[in-house]
Design a protein around this ligand. Structure first.
Ligand code: ZN
Ligand code: ZN
Length: 365
């Protein structure tokens, strides 16, 4: 079947809208008609040449997709045609040590795509294309493993549900699952993009009493306030660490989160901690990034940890977080600052670079 997709061919060049062939679902694969996809920084990283992705063939990017199941392979049991689904890059095998220990977000089994020696899921005139993270949501259809999908209630809006597949899952999960914020604790979030705003919301849902949003863009700080930040700090104008300490009466925060992937912000997060505080690194840093700080900067018994995709068990977490949305506790409408169609994806990247958006949603008919 032929469909339109946004194709990545070369670093630093815009994606091009092209006709791409998508195969039928085999085995445990599911064919999904894409209804909406979020535009995430990880896609932009590929375009900017950041990260270690095989670029030996054209790539269909996008991984925050939601849609309606059109067809399923013979072995699929999780979903059926007509189901509303959200894709998640934490596809799991269900059999490796991490999956069996209850950490499918750390799955080492690897199931996300077909072996290279079989017919490709995506192709063009016989030439195979890659799918970003086994999903490839910048396309009218997605063909993916059933363990990369979760079914959701059909009354939920698919465009906002799409966001919960990556950025929201990562942020809310970092606060509630990885850091396990307790009621009454204090929190600082460095970086108030889509993930940072979701951390702020997770902290609010978890009962934090003080939530300090730090960013260099006023627009993002305004959104941070709208979704739950009790205080904001503009890191371009103020020394963020001093400001966080001042706002906490000198104590520092119980939890600091780095939500961008910048070494300098990791250091600021560590330096903002209270005694026995925890810094959680949510952003993805360049592989060779070094983080250094003076010994005296770290308070007694502080901890530094990373969070991978919000320590999710997405088959249960995505429906749970969408339930928070249904009851007005998780604000998703406020996170969407821009809407467009597939051909607007490059403009969405530009807006993201300019720091003007929390999230763009691209919608399909
Ligand atoms: Zn993402
Ligand atoms: Zn596994």
């Amino acid at each position: 079947m032929e469909m339109q997709a946004a194709v990545f061919r070369k670093v630093h060049e815009p994606l091009t809208i092209e006709a791409v062939e998508i195969d039928r679902p085999r085995g445990r694969e599911v064919l999904v008609r894409t209804v909406a996809t979020g535009v995430c920084h990880s896609d932009l990283h590929v375009v900017d040449g950041i990260g270690r992705f095989a670029l030996d063939r054209p790539f269909v990017l996008g991984h925050e997709g939601a849609g309606v199941v059109e067809a399923v392979g013979a072995e699929v049991t999780a979903v059926r045609p007509g189901d509303h689904v959200v894709a998640c890059l934490s596809g799991f095998c269900g059999a490796c040590a991490q999956c069996l220990a209850g950490h499918p977000n750390l799955c080492t089994g690897g199931l996300v795509t077909r072996p290279d020696d079989t017919a490709p899921r995506l192709s063009q005139r016989g030439r195979p294309f890659r799918q970003f993270l086994g999903i490839a949501s910048y396309a009218e259809r997605m063909l993916l493993h059933e363990n990369s999908l979760v079914r959701i209630d059909p009354d939920l809006p698919l465009d906002r549900a799409a966001l919960v597949g990556c950025g929201v899952l990562t942020g809310v999960g970092a606060a509630l699952r990885t850091a396990r914020i307790a009621a009454g604790q204090t929190v600082a979030v460095f970086g108030c993009g889509g993930v940072g705003l979701s951390i702020i919301q997770g902290a609010r849902i978890g009962g934090a009493r003080q939530i300090i949003g730090v960013d260099v863009f006023e627009g993002k700080l305004e959104t941070a306030r709208r979704v739950g930040a009790t205080h904001v700090v503009n890191g371009a104008e103020d020394d963020a660490v001093k400001a966080v300490r001042a706002l906490t009466g000198g104590a520092g925060v119980d939890h600091a989160f780095e939500a961008v992937g910048v070494a300098a912000l990791v250091r600021q997060a560590i330096e903002s901690l209270a005694i026995r505080g925890t810094a959680t690194i949510v952003g993805v840093l360049p592989p060779d990034a070094m983080i250094s700080f003076p010994w005296m900067a770290i308070r007694p018994e502080c901890r530094v940890q990373t969070s991978r995709m919000g320590s999710n068990r997405f088959r249960t977490d995505i429906p749970l977080y969408l339930d928070f949305y249904r009851h007005g506790r998780l604000l998703l409408d406020e996170m969407v600052t821009r809407r467009g169609r597939l051909e607007d994806v490059n403009a969405a990247f530009q807006a993201m670079k300019a720091g003007e958006v929390a999230r763009t949603i691209l919608a399909f008919d």
